[in-house]
Design a binder for this molecule. Structure first.
Ligand SMILES: CCCCCCCC/C=C\CCCC(=O)SCCNC(=O)CCNC(=O)[C@H](O)C(C)(C)COP(=O)(O)OP(=O)(O)OC[C@H]1O[C@@H](n2cnc3c(N)ncnc32)[C@H](O)[C@@H]1OP(=O)(O)O
Ligand SMILES: Cc1cc2nc3c(=O)[nH]c(=O)nc-3n(C[C@H](O)[C@H](O)[C@H](O)COP(=O)(O)OP(=O)(O)OC[C@H]3O[C@@H](n4cnc5c(N)ncnc54)[C@H](O)[C@@H]3O)c2cc1C
Length: 705
């Protein structure tokens, strides 16, 4: 084999040589060990599918939101996937930073063209709204990492829709939706991300020219992080402090052109670039942006919620001061769905791999079991499937809540905005945090092979762990929810009505302790009592500190750890409640076995969290040790009951291999063959001897260095 490859190296270009070389290596391996590298599907996986006792596509339909939506998703996927040009000849992760970016742009353009020419004509703009997760999911067949266009559809367009006047929308949206311009959302600065009232970029109105002057007064005011900002976008939403008639009116959104539409050169007064290598998002050209007294027309301020008239008069239109934060709320809602989908991918990879992988001996001399037969492995993985369901169903519910509040606000009613803000904040925080932790758990469950980039688990993790930070950090958002909860508690205490998601407080303020009952409804009620207990303890701590002379702000700050835990407990109770109710509702007309397995998963989730929070249950409810023992027993029974259906359950997520992009998780289970095929694509395998041998190793080994 060596001789054949040596000969090739002289006659071929590096890429062609490497492709040829890889094929030769594969051919050789096939000849040498036909059994190992057979093309047939893995037998264990086939057996798993044969023993699955429910109709897989029924659950797929439930998760998609109905049979029609499954059909539409599949249609969109088949349009995108039938375009073979999405494939990478060289694995994305083995390219240098420039090549990776260029390749990401190539694929983004290709994908955009498919969406414009074929998908939008099929679905209309609906695919950009409630159905946009289908586009995101399909896009993953093109990108292992992130598209530089993500912020264009994810935030630039939604900000114009949510913050622009009808005239502004009719001017900007057709251009943006047709990709004649590409935009992003530049809010965060080097010096401030969380505290957006502290942003330093200024937009000062000049009535003489009817322009805003955008300026970055110091280094910390440089915009930092926006996806697609470094090299791709020619426009962006800039969030800046608005000054007019000598007064600051706080942060407002502006549409700012940053590059020439023809040459793509940065415009004079604009300094823009990419921020450098990151833990993930390395194909998304996250950027920096500074302005030197850069002028934009007056009507580039997005004026739906407030306006600056020609003479500089500031007019507030909106009835709520936080409507400028609307895009963030929208993206937080979308992110719950986004991370549910990524967790489902990780669970699919890890469960299929665990059915293929055999390791150790349970009983000496007997065949090695599939690792999925270890109860500890089931404990690691089944909660991932259940959490993906819990978050998917919670995200659908949150989307409905969001749409209803949005409809109210269109009619001028912002009464339910605080509750939506509290809900979207804590659901974003918990869903991203849980998903990141569980994706890492999936990686660990796959042993060494999970560490391979080709498993796709490291990339999924690097993407999802960022969601815990961006669009509002975990702690910061839970503290926002806590503000709402403490106010609600005080209202309940004084006998005033509270909003639906905190109605449990009305019963809890009386001070009863809840008696444990191991049914689903009992566990949910216990979760609400835990939340109420933690909120009550936080209130007591704040009051005690204030009694001891602290100002409210200091008392609040000192109680921060308890407040975050209270908001977390509240959110967990909401997820448990929504997951239960939606499971019951959605399986009302399902076949008996689907009903059973969905109920088992739901009970597994509830029992899992009860067992994770035994300290809280013992403290805030009348749960006893015997109750915990029976809960543990039930949990272990559920692991055993779900085991035969585990592969069927992840098949129900219905990820085509092209979207999953994993050597460990492909449908046919040819794990070892795929690992070897990918290994052979490594650029280091393109030649039998690397030149560093001659340059360094040989001189070192021969004492001639
Ligand atoms: C195709 C779709 C795909 C979707 C996926 C897209 C993926 C995109 C990938 C990457 C995108 C990343 C983008 C970004 O990260 S953009 C930057 C995001 N930045 C943040 O999220 C910053 C977080 N900080 C904040 O939100 C705020 O600063 C704050 C922490 C909430 C504090 O704000 P502020 O200081 O103004 O407010 P106060 O704390 O004083 O609170 C005053 C009252 O206002 C209430 N409030 C706050 N925010 C809101 C809101 N959004 N809506 C309604 N009400 C709000 C707050 O609760 C206070 O109320 P109270 O009654 O207690 O006085
Ligand atoms: C991959 C990625 C993509 C991004 N994309 C964009 C984008 O497209 N556009 C954009 O504008 N931004 C973007 N961001 C920025 C992102 O929104 C911010 O990083 C995020 O909001 C957190 O702000 P920060 O970095 O300033 O963290 P900081 O606020 O400095 O937080 C640091 C720590 O301090 C804690 N902390 C801060 N304030 C408080 C408080 N009041 N109470 C208690 N603890 C507190 C936090 O919990 C955290 O632990 C992106 C970030 C990442 C990682």
């Amino acid at each position: 084999m060596g001789t054949r490859c040596e000969g090739l190296r002289d006659s071929l270009s590096p890429i062609a040589y490497y492709e040829e070389y890889s094929h030769f290596r594969l051919d050789c391996l096939k000849i040498d060990d036909n059994k190992e590298l057979s093309m047939s599907a893995n037998e264990d996986l086939a057996k798993e599918r044969a023993r699955c006792d429910f109709n897989v596509s029924e659950i797929t339909n439930i998760l998609d939101g109905g049979i029609e939506r499954t059909k539409q998703r599949k249609k969109i996927e088949s349009i995108a996937l039938s375009n073979g040009k999405c494939c990478d000849v060289t694995p994305e992760e083995t390219l240098g930073p420039k090549e990776r970016y260029e390749n990401a742009i190539r694929k983004s353009c290709l994908y955009t063209k498919i969406v414009k020419d074929q998908v939008l004509t099929l679905t209309g703009l609906e695919v950009l709204g409630s159905n946009s997760s289908v586009l995101r999911r399909t896009a993953d067949a093109f990108f292992k990492d992130i598209s530089p266009f993500l912020l264009h559809l994810g935030m630039f367009v939604p900000t114009i829709m949510g913050q622009g006047t009808p005239e502004q929308q009719s001017y900007w949206l057709p251009r943006a939706l047709d990709f004649q311009i590409i935009g992003t959302y530049a809010q965060t600065e080097l010096g401030h991300g969380t505290f957006i009232r502290g942003l330093e970029t200024t937009a000062t109105y000049d009535p003489d020219t009817e322009e805003f002057v955008i300026h970055s007064p110091r280094l910390t005011s440089y915009k930092w992080w926006a996806g697609g900002l470094g090299k791709t976008s020619n426009y962006c939403i800039v969030v800046a402090q608005l000054y007019t008639q000598g007064k600051c009116y706080g942060i407002h959104p502006f549409i700012v052109q940053i590059r020439d539409e023809d040459t793509h050169m940065p415009l004079p007064g604009v300094r823009v670039g990419e921020i450098g290598p990151r833990m993930g998002f390395n194909t998304a050209d996250n950027g920096f942006l500074g302005f030197d007294h850069y002028r934009i027309p007056r009507n580039h301020m997005l004026m739906k919620n407030s306006q600056v008239l020609k003479d500089g008069t500031y007019v507030k239109v909106a009835s709520h001061s936080k409507l400028t934060y609307g895009t963030m709320v929208f993206v937080r809602v979308m992110l719950v769905n986004e991370v549910a989908f990524n967790l489902a991918k990780a669970a699919t990879i890890a469960v299929r791999y665990s059915a293929v992988r055999r390791q150790s001996e349970k009983i000496s001399g007997e065949p090695e079991p599939q690792i999925i037969d270890y109860v500890t492995q089931q404990h690691k993985l089944f909660v991932c499937i259940a959490t993906a369901h819990a978050l998917q169903l919670s995200s659908n519910w949150l989307w409905k809540t969001f749409s209803a509040v949005l409809a109210d606000m269109r009619g001028g009613n912002t009464e339910n905005l605080p509750e939506l803000h509290a809900l979207s904040s804590c659901l974003k925080a918990l869903s991203t945090s849980d998903s990141a932790a569980l994706i890492e758990q999936c990686r660990l469950a796959c042993g060494g092979h999970g560490y391979m980039l080709s498993s796709n688990l490291p990339l999924l993790y690097s993407f999802v762990t960022a969601t815990r930070t961006y669009e509002g950090d975990y702690t910061v958002l839970l503290l926002q929810t806590a503000r709402f909860l403490i106010k609600a508690w005080e209202q309940a205490e004084s006998g005033n009505p509270v909003t639906p998601t905190v109605s449990y407080m009305e019963e809890a303020v009386v001070g009863n302790k809840y008696k444990w009952n191991g049914s689903a409804e009992g566990i949910i009620k216990a979760a609400y009592y835990v939340a109420a207990g933690k909120i009550s303890s936080s209130v007591t701590s704040i009051r005690k500190r204030m009694k001891n002379g602290k100002a409210f702000e200091d008392a609040w700050e000192l109680t921060g750890v308890q407040l975050v835990a209270a908001a977390e407990a509240h959110c967990r109770a909401v997820i448990c409640d929504v997951y239960r109710k939606e499971t019951v509702r959605l399986t009302a007309n399902s076949s008996p076995n689907v009903k059973t397995v969905m109920d088992q998963l739901n009970m597994l989730y509830l029992s899992h969290w009860a067992l994770e929070r035994t300290g809280d249950l013992l403290r805030y409810t009348s749960t006893t040790e015997d109750d915990i023992i029976s809960c543990q027993q039930r949990y272990e029974e559920l692991l055993a009951a779900i085991r035969p259906n585990a592969v069927g359950l992840v098949d129900a997520f219905d990820f085509p291999d092209e979207i999953l992009q994993s050597t460990l998780g492909a449908y046919d289970g040819r794990v070892y063959e795929r690992l070897m095929e990918e290994a052979l694509k490594s650029p280091l395998n393109a030649e039998p001897v690397n030149r560093s041998f001659h340059q360094y190793l040989k001189p070192l080994m021969q004492g001639k260095l």
